[in-house]
Design a protein around this ligand. Structure first.
Ligand code: UT7
Length: 323
């Protein structure tokens, strides 16, 4: 049996740190409110000339190095992003060119905060069916470009960054199962509109306009949906809660993350948390958190890891794997 196994990870954050105190100077908020409601203390924001592809390239090069791969070994490039450099070509094509990869399939996946889960599960299917042997899968976002910096209900939440993995064909277990879902009935609870207000008569197609979120409603659906998703993933694999060594969740809100950990009977020591330093980097948040925990030695070869995400669409999904 052929598995898709994570051979290496990479991550990249822009240099500029924006603290809660800095935001409190421009909008009516406080460090106390942001920390207690979200767990976020700071986030990274791109420079004016820095793009999602720039972040993706740095993360991808690091992942290639960690995997001991050359760019020439890659036969599939998938980029999860909601903030592409251009409407087209895809960020995957731009990244492919930067890396000097010419010929193999390259495309973007747009599933907002669940984008990386979608992307890695698509790559897994290419590998399992023999259509690819080594895939580069990246989540990269410049959410700061979609944020209305006058809207305190959203501007404190998001950050920029990129994470990447190299997925390779292996006889040893890697990805054990992937579970993808979406329900467009929730399209208006979290969206990008021209003016950032509720009401979506004119929703923009490209990376302009502003994020509009009915945060409290999103929160409630996220918690119950992730609860069911975790149950579905365990059942599909015939596993118990105690079989999962690490949880690598989407980093939107520490309260959502804690609720999922509780559902899994996990202590917070088993949960990879970066939301305090990264904020919500949408499709980049899961691979960034994974890279942090691989690099600091918490996630070790043979560990069973659950990644899960929830975001605009709504979309949601999980990937269970042996690292
Ligand atoms: O990543 C994709 C999925 N996204 C999510 O999962 C996000 C889910 N939602 C959340 O994380 C939370 O709902 C938020 C962090 C966005 C908001 O937390 P909340 O506890 O749901 O607060 P709320 O929206 O119910 O607002 C409570 C109060 C309101 O004031 P009133 O009406 O009670 O007077 C807001 O106006 O907090 C106010 N508020 C703020 N106050 C200080 C909203 N934003 C801020 C702010 N600073 N930045």
């Amino acid at each position: 049996m052929t598995y898709a196994r994570i051979l290496g990870t990479g991550g990249f954050l822009p240099r500029r740190v924006v603290t809660n105190a800095e935001l409190a100077r421009t909008v009516d908020t406080s460090d106390e409110w942001i920390v207690s409601r979200t767990g976020i203390r700071e986030r990274r924001i791109v420079a004016s000339d820095e793009t999602s592809c720039d972040l993706a390239e740095r993360a991808a090069r690091q992942a290639l190095e960690a995997a001991g791969c050359l760019a020439a070994d890659i036969d599939l490039v998938i980029v999860a992003t909601t903030t592409p450099d251009r409407v087209f070509p895809s960020t995957a094509c731009l990244l492919q060119d930067r890396l000097g990869i010419h010929g193999p399939a390259a495309f973007d996946v747009q599933a907002v905060c669940t984008g990386f889960i979608y992307a890695i599960s698509i790559a897994e299917k290419f590998i399992k069916t023999g259509s690819a042997k080594r895939a580069l899968v990246v989540g990269t976002e410049t959410m700061s470009r979609l944020v209305n910096w006058q809207d305190r209900s959203t501007c404190v939440l998001f950050g920029d960054g990129a994470g990447a993995v190299i997925l390779g064909a292996s006889a040893e277990p890697g990805i054990l199962s992937a579970h993808l879902h979406a329900d467009g009935a929730y399209k208006d609870l979290l969206t990008v509109t021209e003016d950032g207000a509720d009401g979506t008569d004119r929703v923009l197609a490209a990376a302009s306009g502003h994020i509009a979120m009915r945060g409290n409603e999103v929160f409630r659906v996220a918690v119950t949906t992730l609860d069911a998703l975790v149950g579905e993933t365990l059942a599909a694999n015939g596993l118990n809660q105690s079989d999962i060594r690490w949880l690598v969740p989407h980093q939107a809100n520490i309260r959502i993350i804690s609720a999922t950990a509780k559902r899994l009977g996990m202590s917070m020591e088993q949960v990879i948390v970066t939301v305090d330093r990264h904020g919500n980097t949408s499709g980049a948040s899961i691979p960034l958190a994974l890279d942090v925990a691989v690099r600091d030695g918490r996630i070790q070869r043979g560990d069973v890891v659950l990644m899960e995400g929830f975001g605009g669409g709504f979309t949601w999904g999980s990937v269970l794997f042996t690292y």
